[in-house]
Design a protein around this ligand. Structure first.
Ligand code: G
Ligand code: G
Ligand code: MN
Ligand code: NA
Length: 258
């Protein structure tokens, strides 16, 4: 289809890259890391992953997109490390198709750990984000073992879009989840809708009681941040602190951030 061809073109032209959105600790007020978000470009400029959603369902293209993102993220972290940019960590989104074994029989954990090792970066520099759907898709039992090996190596796992899916809570306990990321749809309604406020509070409490951290996504205003602070949310990500930016802007962003 057109989407798949467009994705192939973008990969072949080396026009797929990560943008980075800051994550802020409410306790320290500091940037503790960034989420890597895929961006691609064509003649009309910067495009988002939603426009190539179909490619993430294609086994071959999903693997190519995933390995391009991993390579670029690790290269950016190596550059930042080398020049003393205190980026904290980078959280990489990984979809269900990206766990497959490659031509050399390596699974996601093999690829991630080898790539980090080749750049002499510690496992703590990287986080992995998956959605509930990815955990539910684990029919071949490849995802669970990969995530456990990554966890044992020191890579933290965050459950993305939490609250919007349909994973039962027993799922949470079968996987080594360190953070729950509270979906933007709740955070953006929190000030105007009592139900969303209650859900955000409940999810933060759930994370704490399970020994996990809570990350609120999509905060756009100081009032939302104040409410999240009151609800004892540890980490906030959203336009209020910064939009996704090119790797080349991260150093300046950190220097200017107060
Ligand atoms: O940045 P934006 O709002 O356009 O992202 C849209 C969606 O694409 C988000 O749900 C995000 O999780 C997903 N996404 C962003 N980057 C990646 C990536 O590198 N890999 C995968 N699998 N999904 C991504
Ligand atoms: O699904 P995932 O959480 O991986 O994707 C995050 C998406 O949400 C990114 O595409 C990012 O651009 C977007 N996003 C992040 N913060 C905000 C925000 O404060 N407001 C809005 N509208 N979108 C946001
Ligand atoms: Mn995410
Ligand atoms: Na999310």
């Amino acid at each position: 289809t057109k989407v798949l061809q467009r994705t192939r073109d973008a990969l072949d032209r080396d026009c797929v890259m990560p943008f980075y959105q800051p994550k802020v600790s409410l306790a320290s007020g500091k940037v503790i890391g960034f989420e890597a978000l895929l961006r691609w470009t064509d003649d009309s400029g910067l495009r988002s992953p939603g426009e190539i959603a179909e490619a993430f369902e294609d086994p071959d293209l999903a693997m190519r997109l995933g390995s391009r993102m991993l390579d670029r993220v690790v290269a950016d972290m190596r550059d930042w490390s080398g020049s003393g940019v205190p980026f904290g960590h980078v959280a990489l989104n990984v979809g269900p198709r990206e766990f497959a074994r490659d031509g050399e029989g390596r699974d996601l954990a093999d690829r991630v750990l080898a790539t980090l090792r080749s750049a002499a970066l510690p496992a703590s520099a990287l986080e992995i984000e998956v959605t509930e759907r990815t955990l539910l898709d684990d029919d071949a039992s490849i995802i669970g073992p990969s995530l456990r090996r990554l966890h044992e190596a020191g890579i933290r796992l965050a459950l993305d879009d939490f609250g919007t899916g349909y994973a039962s809570l027993t799922h949470l306990r079968r996987f080594p989840v360190s953070y729950l990321k509270i979906d933007r749809s709740f955070v953006s309604q929190m000030l105007v809708d009592k139900g969303s406020e209650a859900i955000v509070g409940a999810l933060i409490g759930l994370a704490r009681n399970l020994g996990m951290g809570a990350v609120a996504e999509g905060a756009e205003t100081a009032a939302e941040v104040a409410m999240l602070r009151k609800a004892r949310c540890e980490i906030v990500q959203g336009f209020v602190f910064g939009k996704p930016m090119a790797a080349s802007r991260v150093r300046h962003f950190l220097e200017a951030f107060v």
